[in-house]
Write a protein that binds this ligand. Structure first.
Ligand code: 13P
Ligand code: SF4
Length: 303
């Protein structure tokens, strides 16, 4: 990134009283511009805690939308409003009503990777870092988890006391990782630990040495005494992994996983959105208020 662009962004940020939040999956040069980088839970918490009037959310739409739901007084800008997570739209709103009618004692749990409409119909929202601890605390025996089936099955495996109803949502980036890829990577790097995101398929998770969110993967590798790791998540995490662990080696499973939506954000788009103060996340107030409950419940149950 040209030095001048970096300086222009810094001065625009001051002028607009803005903070830049970036997910670990965006391009390195965008992460380098950010005030806070993190997983989806951490970024949601930072959106609530920062004092700046404007948030530039370098991530996908559900992330900016969630920041706006909780912070209606702030201006939330998305450098690219078309950067959307396909999984977020995979929940079936009618099916939620059907499941509620079928089971009296059900809690509808939505993954953060969901639309505002899905959040509005859910009891609590979770991310990959807090799903297990939040669902464990819920008083309900029946859990309808939308939309990601792999994360739901991973959590269900740890909570035999609960009855899970699954939905067939998935992330195309994580499900492109196969058990065969991982086994080949292990054979090429004997002794390397496999670190996987819970959106990966069950047979990949079965051979993982650690399963966790993007922050979880980075923390695990940083605290570990081991020196070699095979990373089963989107390639953007390599930037932070290598920054924090210059002495360690990180390997892909043969091909890099790229989330096209996350990678559509560029420093040029960050600059343009600060100049123009758009695209801005705008939500209908009644939808925002309905979706707020599930997000507030998540933050209350995580603290
Ligand atoms: P994290 O919550 O681990 O950051 O994951 C977000 C995501 O989109 C995973 O694909
Ligand atoms: Fe969505 Fe998958 Fe991209 Fe995450 S990596 S934002 S789940 S498409």
């Amino acid at each position: 990134m040209p030095d001048t662009e970096e300086h222009e962004i810094a001065s625009l940020k001051r002028r607009r009283n803005a903070v830049i939040l970036a997910h670990y999956y965006v391009h390195e040069e965008v992460q380098a511009l950010a005030d806070h980088i993190g997983d989806s839970y951490y970024l949601s918490k930072m959106a609530n805690e920062t004092d700046e009037r404007t948030i530039v959310f370098c991530g996908v739409k559900f992330m900016g939308e969630s920041a706006k739901i909780m912070n209606p007084q702030k201006t939330v800008l998305m450098p690219d409003m078309t950067a959307d997570c396909p999984m977020a739209k995979m929940a079936d709103l009618d099916r939620i009503d059907e499941v509620r009618a079928m089971y009296g004692d059900v809690s509808v749990v939505c993954y953060m990777n969901s639309t505002a409409q899905t959040k509005a119909k859910s009891d609590v929202c979770v991310t990959s870092s807090n799903a297990l601890s939040i669902i464990k605390k819920l008083p309900n025996r029946h859990i309808y988890f939308v939309p990601d089936e792999n994360l739901a099955r991973y959590v269900a495996g740890h909570l035999p006391e609960k009855h899970f109803i699954f939905h067939d949502g998935f992330c195309h980036v994580h499900t492109s990782i196969t058990k065969e890829n991982v086994e080949r990577a292990k054979a090429a790097q004997p002794g390397a630990l496999v670190l996987a995101h819970p959106e990966c398929k069950a047979d990949v998770l079965e051979i993982a040495d650690y399963i966790g969110s993007t922050s979880g993967i980075i923390d695990f590798a940083t605290k570990s005494d081991e020196l070699k790791f095979i990373i089963c998540t989107e390639a953007g995490v390599f930037y932070e992994l290598m920054k924090k662990n210059p002495n360690k080696n990180f390997y892909t499973v043969g091909h890099r996983q790229y989330c096209p939506s996350m990678k559509s954000i560029t420093p040029g788009k960050v600059k343009a959105c600060l100049e123009n103060m758009r695209p801005e996340v705008v939500l209908e107030e009644s939808l925002r208020v309905e979706a707020l409950r599930a997000l507030e419940a998540m933050h209350e149950m995580t603290e």
